[in-house]
Design a binder for this molecule. Sequence first.
Ligand code: ADP
Ligand code: MG
Length: 315
Amino acid sequence: MKDTILELRGIKKYFPIQKGLLKRTVGYIKAVDHVDLFVKRNQIVGIVGESGCGKSTLARCILRLYEIDDGKIFFNGKDVTTLTKKELKSYRQKVQIVFQDPYSSLNPKLTIKSSLMDGVKQANVEKPKRIEKISELLELVGLPKDSMHKYPHQFSGGQRQRICIARALSLNPELIVCDEPVSALDVSVQAQIINLLMELKEKIGLSLIFITHDLNLVGYFCDYVYVMYMGKIVECAPTLDIFKNPHHPYTRLLLDSIPGKRKQRPDSVFINKQDSQLNTQCGFAPRCKYFSKKCENNLDLREIEKGHWVRCSLI
Ligand SMILES: Nc1ncnc2c1ncn2[C@@H]1O[C@H](COP(=O)(O)OP(=O)(O)O)[C@@H](O)[C@H]1O
Ligand SMILES: [Mg+2]
C-alpha cells in the first residue's frame, strides 16, 4: 500500500521477570503483545491506554531502540526489522521521537543552537546554511530566532517542548512518534502544542503517532485511534467511530472517564475478580461487567465495520 508509511505486524516485546540469586526467569511482562498497526502518510494516529499498558515500549520498538521479540516493521514498504547499522542510522533519522518530559530531554548546558546543530549537521545541511536552518526550525515551531542563544532553563515547559519538536524536525523526519508530549504541560499549553503538531502535519506533510493516556485529547485531532490494554490493541477505528460507537468495554470505560462528556454508565462499573478464576485470554476480564462463558472463545481482533476492529468475544 503506497500511502502507508508505517506498518507493524505482530510486534511482540516481553520483559523477563527474574527472581533469586541466579536470576531465574519466572515469567514475562507482556509489554507489547502481537500488535498490528498502520500509519498512513500525512495522518495523525493516536495510541491510547492507561499507564503501564505498553505504549512507550511500543514507541521504542517502532524507533528500533528495543530489539523486538517477534513481528515485522515496514517503513515505506521496506522491512526495517533487520537493518545494518548504517541503514538503521538512516531509518532513525526518518523516524523521530518526542518524549513527555521537555525538562530532561534537553541538555541544560547547551544553548538551543547547539542542541539543534547536531540534527542539522546530520541532515547534511551545508555549513554556511546551518544557522539559517536553525532560525527556520525555530520559526516553524513558533519561537523567536534569538531563542537559539538561550539555554533550556530560560524557557517555559511549553516552549521547551517546542524546542524538542524543532530538534526532531532538524533531521527532516517523515514520521514523528510523540510519547505523551503534553502530559507534563498545563492544559492551556497542551492545546498550543497540539495545534502546532496539526500545523506541522499540514505545512510539511508530516505523519505523526500521538501517544497518550487521555482519550479526550485524541478526539481533537487524530485521524485514527488505537486503544491499547495490557500490551494488546483491543479496539481501533477512525476517531469519530471510537467516540460515537465504542464497542470494547475498556474503550467505553475510557470514554466514561472523560469529565463532563458522558454520564457514568453501568457498562463501566469496575468489578473485581481474581484473574486466576477466569477462564479467558481476555486481559480486561477482571474489570469487565459482561464477563461470561462466551469470553472463553477466540479473542482475535475482528472487523465489525469498515476500518473498525474490536477484540472482544461478546461483540
Ligand atoms: N525496560 C523494562 N524492563 C522491564 N519491564 C519494563 C521495561 N519497560 C517497561 N516495562 C514494563 O512493561 C509494561 C509497559 O510499560 P510502558 O511501555 O512504559 O507502558 P506505558 O508507556 O503505557 O505507561 C509495564 O508493566 C512496565 O513495568
Ligand atoms: Mg509511557
